[in-house]
Design a protein. Structure first.
Length: 436
């Protein structure tokens, strides 16, 4: 593992809330996001989450006389341009992590000058963390692929390509919004199996998909594939991602070219990007189950076998309008882990570029729905309700097959391991509004 002093679980911060056992943002995390103070009229700027606060990197850059090298690293961040920082080599990203870790630790002499650079997270609003030029969605959740396949092909759920080639499609970046996103129930064309002709109207099978977002760091040139050895150098970090899906529109439109309007009306991403550096203590070996084919050589490397997987626990929570009206907390629908994905981050980068396709910094790659092996670990309602046939019961007596107007879906994620400090991803929430 590539851990260093910034991962030391004993490290504490002079920002007291960062030392709480249950915070998502201890000093070992240091995720990046784009924010502005509420009702301030100021431009978007980049910050780092620490406990309940954000370190405003524009003020850090403007107010403190750093070395020339650190000033240069901070400049794009001070300008609110996370993409320009994401393009830097990982050695530069590590250098800034070291600096921030030293500056925020309990014994730092910089506490006095940095304190005015903090702003409470309750006093800010956030945007998508970077400029997302392109968005690709993969299908790495083998338990999701199997469960969904079973609904249509009980005897042969997985198509023959699944264990050989990472399946994906090109999505649409323009409709990706940040946590807190609200969107109208989409309308579209659907056809019930027993209907002769399709009908038009609001989707009746609106679903969420529990996914992780991978953000591309440095780009590759068109025509120059990224090999497994360099793949993770091109990844900046991970966030939570909800790929909202209209199942009835999807089932009518998806053949023969794949999802289209059933997926591109809204997708929600969490505001904080947890860097690949912060995730180092949570790596695990990549292993294929007994009897499964080994990856082709271009998707294989010793490093990937030793530590290709990342153990991120993921959760879906639901708060209905009735729960909100009654002041009831959200209810957890499921829990799963990124470790159960069939392909690793490095394999997705290598595969995406093997034909020469060029990735750009800020591009978002979705993992696909991450369901666990047990039925209750499903990352979508399609699976939890057996294709809408078995409603799930909520603690207040409400039932759901698919989402209703006023429902808020909240994704959460965190990494926990013995010998490491727990880090979290914050929240990715979105709310369904009545069709317009
Ligand atoms: Ca998806």
């Amino acid at each position: 593992m590539n851990t260093d002093v910034t991962h030391d679980p004993a490290l504490t911060s002079w920002v007291e809330s960062a030392n709480a056992a249950d915070t998502d943002f201890p000093i070992q995390n240091l995720p990046y996001g784009r924010f502005r103070r509420k009702a301030s009229g100021e431009g978007w700027r980049i910050g780092v989450a620490i406990g309940d606060e954000v370190l405003d990197l524009k003020r850090v850059h403007d107010d403190i006389p750093w070395s020339d090298a650190l000033q240069a690293l901070l400049r794009p961040l001070a300008d609110g341009d996370l993409n320009a920082f994401m393009e830097q080599p990982s050695s530069q990203r590590r250098a800034l992590r070291q600096m921030l870790s030293q500056a925020l630790r309990s014994d730092s002499p910089l506490q006095e000058v940095l304190s005015p650079c903090l702003v409470a997270q309750s006093d800010i609003e956030m945007s998508v963390p970077c400029r997302i030029g392109d968005y690709t969605d993969f299908y790495t959740g083998i338990h999701h692929a199997t469960a969904v396949g079973k609904l249509f092909r009980p005897d042969n759920p997985l198509l023959p390509n699944y264990k050989w080639v990472p399946i994906g499609y090109h999505g649409r970046a323009s409709s990706i919004g940040v946590s807190g996103q609200q969107f109208r129930r989409p309308q579209g064309q659907t056809k019930a199996p027993d209907a002769e002709v399709p009908s038009f109207g609001p989707t009746r099978r609106l679903d969420y998909e529990l996914e992780l977002a991978m953000f591309v760091a440095s780009p590759n040139k068109l025509g120059e594939p990224i090999g497994m050895a360099e793949a993770e150098e091109h990844v900046f970090g991970l966030g939570l991602f909800n790929d909202w899906s209209a199942r009835d529109i999807q089932s009518w439109e998806y053949q023969p070219l794949g999802p289209f309007l059933s997926k591109n009306f809204a997708s929600t991403v969490s505001p904080w990007i947890v860097t690949m550096e912060a995730l180092e203590p949570f790596r695990s070996p990549f292993q294929r189950p007994e009897g499964d084919p080994q990856p082709l050589p271009y998707l294989d490397s010793a490093t990937n076998r030793e530590q290709g997987e990342i153990d991120v626990t993921l959760e879906v929570w639901l708060q209905t309008q009735a729960m909100r009206d009654a002041g009831t907390s959200p209810h957890r629908l499921s829990q799963s882990s990124f470790r159960d994905a069939y392909w690793t981050v490095a394999q997705l980068i290598a595969h995406h570029t093997v034909n020469g396709c060029n990735l750009q910094s800020g591009d978002l790659l979705g993992s696909g729905t991450l369901s666990g092996p047990a039925p209750e670990q499903a990352g979508s309602l399609l699976e939890l309700t057996q294709g809408g046939k078995q409603a799930i019961a909520l603690p207040n007596g409400e039932k759901r097959t698919f989402l209703e107007d006023g429902d808020t879906v909240i994704l959460r994620g965190f990494c926990e391991r013995k010998g490491a400090r727990r880090i979290g991803f914050g929240e990715c929430s979105g709310t369904v509004l009545k069709a317009g």
